[in-house]
Design a protein around this ligand. Structure first.
Ligand code: C2E
Ligand code: CA
Ligand code: CA
Length: 780
């Protein structure tokens, strides 16, 4: 239910209940008062009746006294002259306007009467008794069923000689007089012994009077109306009965009545007035309730609407209508200030969501948004994405606080760079980025900003020159979406970092290359399980005997969708993604198994395998290799190892230890790709090495390149001086082979002898090529 409706209902209910209660109490009191007054009036009426009867009775008494004192009358009584008595009685009766006259003797026997037979006994014995006692009697009597006010006086001459009485009928005249005096309805009623109405004189209409009285006999006789009577809803009159006479034969009453109309007429009027007032009050209350409910709910609705708008992110200046009530005004003020607080917090959150906490530089989200806006403008621009090289080492050495200091300092420098640099960002970790308003970042600009960034930074009192690599992308040349540009800048940066260059620009197709690499890295793990790898074997020939002395095992991968993947590509990826151990393990077991198989076919072959840097620092390698040799029943001379200079130099101590252990097991070790690294022969001499394998880059064009010949010659000489054997790889023609033989190179490997071949072809190839006719052998 709506608040407004509820408030209205409550107000209405309160008013209705209070009005009804007050009205009912008032009406009840008024009615009671009216009834009480009515009862009083009835009692007064009864008293007036009795007084009237008394007055009339007194008048009658003086008339009767005059008669009783009349000489003629007394002598007529004494002489019992009946005719005279009648005439005197009738005369006096007429004069006194009496309705009944009577004379009795001392014993009460009727001597003469207007209504009784002569000689009959006293008809009013009770009154007669009182008269004998008091000397006279006044009271109501019943004669022939009719009520009379009757006076009985003694007749003395001088002694008591009889009793004379006169009475008047309590009739319509009396009734009308009382009615006129009191305004009350009065009925004089006499019931006979059977309870029927014997006499009736009433101010009511005749019919009505009869109907009223005939029903009331029992009640009247039962005394129902003698006390204050109440009036029930079906009574038309409030009644009060005053007994006039009670005798064994008759009962006579005066019944005084007040009609409902007269009694409660005013009350009824009042009742309607009251109902009118209450109705008016209710209407008024309804109006007030509606108005006040509206005036309370209106500001609330305004507040609710305002809250909704605020919730939807709208800015609400003021809330009209809420100021009407003090409390809602306060609520409105609170709501508005809450809106301000929310706006502030939103601004903070917005800032935080778009800025880096440490450097307060805009973050990746910001960068994407800004790049998007630039792209929409269509103006060319460049992105330079930076990374601090060896940031992890800096953190490890100086601690994270100083690492942070380095970042913050660089961030500050980036923010202060002059045009065309327009904005700096921190993308994540140690990666920062500059937005440059140029189609590409020319060398002078790059040098200028690099020199500003590369200023030494004091870390724990040691000035550090931050080594920074940058990857560059240009819009629109390198991409037309923010995501693409960021991804390509990452690829360019990745390349710069890997080669430790200070700058690399994105090159078309690099991303495809990158994606291919990601795919290869992902699929490498499955390659072993899915038997996609196999080994190819390439023979090495001894220049002294022309005999095949060894095979080099070279890994091959046929990718299910990409086809043949060169080992130069996937080996490097496996090394960088930490999967090389997996491949080396497989390779070693596979080669040993193959050697075993050949051995079983009566071929004691020797195979050289290539090892990576991470294999060399694995201290369990010697044990694993000896385990394999043992398992496949091989002798140490059947397995040789090729390691590159750079692999050894990554961790010289660990590599030396591993190689020493392997050498002690009797395995021959060759330094692969010799000549491409920076290590000196003196360094190599400290390693347990048996052979130097001259890199094919010096061999491939040996027959045409004079410089290569010089290098190869001196390398072979020095190697021999150090007691090392030499191998030349990449021998592609007989001229080269001849040269190498002349230079006393110990072993040759290359396409001129054989390309790497599957294991299944090895024995056939050996059978077809029992001994190689080397040019040098021929000339030797
Ligand atoms: P690498 O150890 O220097 O292997 C010699 C490479 O020269 C082989 O390339 C071989 O096919 C190639 N080659 C041999 N003779 C000639 C020639 O006359 N002319 C030319 N142009 N090339 C010749 P491949 O098989 O593509 O292997 C490339 C590199 O992959 C290897 O260089 C080696 O570093 C690595 N690799 C191959 N297999 C393995 C392996 O099982 N383990 C590890 N760690 N590296 C491997
Ligand atoms: Ca090799
Ligand atoms: Ca090589």
């Amino acid at each position: 239910m709506r608040f407004r409706t509820r408030l209205m209902l409550v107000l209405l209910a309160v008013v209705i209940i209070s009005q009804i209660a007050t009205g009912a109490a008032f009406l009840h009191a008024t009615q009671n008062d009216a009834l009480m007054k009515g009862n009083q009036r009835l009692e007064v009426g009864a008293r007036v009746l009795h007084q009237l009867l008394d007055i009339r009775g007194e008048q009658l008494r003086s008339n009767v006294a005059i008669l009783a004192d009349d000489f003629g009358f007394k002598s007529a009584v004494a002489t019992k002259d009946t005719a005279t008595l009648y005439s005197v009685l009738a005369n006096h009766g007429d004069r006194a306007q009496a309705d009944m006259v009577m004379l009795s003797d001392l014993a009460g026997n009727v001597l003469a009467s207007s209504h009784h037979e002569q000689g009959s006994t006293m008809p009013f014995p009770e009154l007669f008794g009182r008269a004998q006692q008091n000397g006279h009697g006044v009271g109501v009597v019943i004669g022939n069923g009719e009520p009379y006010e009757f006076v009985l006086m003694p007749v003395r001459a001088p002694n008591l000689i009889g009793w004379v009485g006169m009475g008047f009928l309590i009739d319509e005249e009396v009734v009308q007089e009382i009615n006129a005096l009191t305004g009350l309805d009065i009925s004089i009623v006499t019931y006979d012994a059977s309870g029927d109405v014997g006499y009736l004189a009433s101010s009511h209409q005749e019919q009505l009077a009869k109907r009223l009285m005939s029903g009331h006999g029992d009640k009247l006789m039962g005394g129902a109306y003698t006390t204050h009577s109440q009036m029930s809803d079906n009574n038309n009159y409030l009644s009060y009965a005053s007994e006039l006479l009670e005798s064994p034969e008759y009962q006579s009453y005066a019944l005084l009545q007040l009609s409902r109309n007269e009694l409660l007429g005013a009350y009824q009027h009042l009742k309607w007035q009251l109902i009118g007032i209450v109705t008016l009050m209710l209407l008024l209350t309804l109006a007030v309730a509606m108005w006040s409910a509206r005036s309370i709910s209106k500001p609330l609705i305004a507040l609710a609407l305002a809250a909704k708008r605020i919730g939807q992110g709208e800015h609400v200046g003021r809330i009209p209508g809420a100021a009407a009530v003090a409390e809602t005004d306060l609520l409105a003020t609170t709501l508005l200030s809450m809106q301000e607080d929310i706006a502030k917090r939103e601004a903070t959150l917005h800032h935080q969501s778009r800025h880096d906490m440490l450097t307060d530089l805009p973050n990746r989200v910001s960068a994407l948004e800004d790049i998007f806006k630039r792209i929409q403008k269509g103006q060319p621009f460049s992105l330079l994405r930076f990374a601090i090289n060896d940031f992890r080492d800096i953190n490890d050495t100086f601690g994270y606080a100083l690492g942070d200091h380095l970042l913050v300092t660089l961030a500050q420098r980036m923010q202060q760079l002059p045009a065309p640099v327009s904005k700096a960002y921190r993308l994540d970790g140690d990666e920062l980025m500059l937005l440059i308003e140029r189609p590409y970042c020319d060398t002078s600009t790059r040098t200028e900003l690099m020199s500003r960034l590369n200023q030494p930074i004091n870390l724990d009192k040691s000035p550090i020159v931050p080594s920074i690599s940058a990857g560059e992308v240009n819009y629109p040349a390198h991409g037309i979406t923010p995501q693409l540009l960021l991804r390509r800048s990452d690829i360019a940066l990745d390349k710069a970092r890997r080669h430790r260059h200070s700058h690399e620009s994105y090159v078309e197709g690099q991303e495809e290359q990158h994606l291919r690499q990601l795919m290869l890295i992902r699929d490498l793990q499955e390659a072993v399980k899915n038997s996609e790898l196999w080994m190819a074997y390439q023979p090495k020939v001894d220049t002294h005997s022309g005999q095949v002395c060894q095979f080099e095992a070279l890994m091959r991968w046929r990718h299910p969708t990409l086809g043949f993947v060169p080992p130069d590509e996937f080996i490097g990826l496996a090394e960088r993604s930490g999967n090389i151990g997996l491949l080396s393990n497989w390779m070693l077991a596979h080669v040993c198994e193959q050697l075993h198989r050949w051995k079983c076919a009566d071929n004691h072959l020797s195979v050289a395998v290539n090892l990576s840097a991470s294999d060399l620092i694995d201290s369990t390698l010697p044990k694993r290799i000896s385990g394999l040799l043992h398992r496949f029943n091989l002798t140490p001379d059947q397995l040789a190892l090729e390691v590159t200079e750079s692999a050894v130099m990554q961790d010289v101590d660990a590599a030396t230890e591993t190689l020493l252990a392997l050498s002690q097991q009797g395995l021959k070790i060759a330094i692969d790709d010799y000549g491409t690294g920076y290590s000196s022969l003196a360094q190599i001499k400290r390693l347990p090495v048996d052979e130097l394998k001259i890199d094919k880059s010096f061999v491939l064009k040996l027959d045409t390149q004079e410089e290569d010949l010089t290098i190869v010659r001196s390398t072979i000489e020095m190697a021999h001086n150090l007691g090392l054997k030499t191998v030349a790889e990449g021998v592609e023609n007989s001229a080269t082979a001849e040269l190498l033989c002349k230079l006393q190179c110990d072993y040759l490997q290359g396409y001129w002898i054989a390309k790497p071949m599957p294991a299944d072809d090895v024995l056939n190839w050996l059978a077809d090529t029992p001994s190689l006719v080397l040019p040098s052998l021929a000339t030797r």
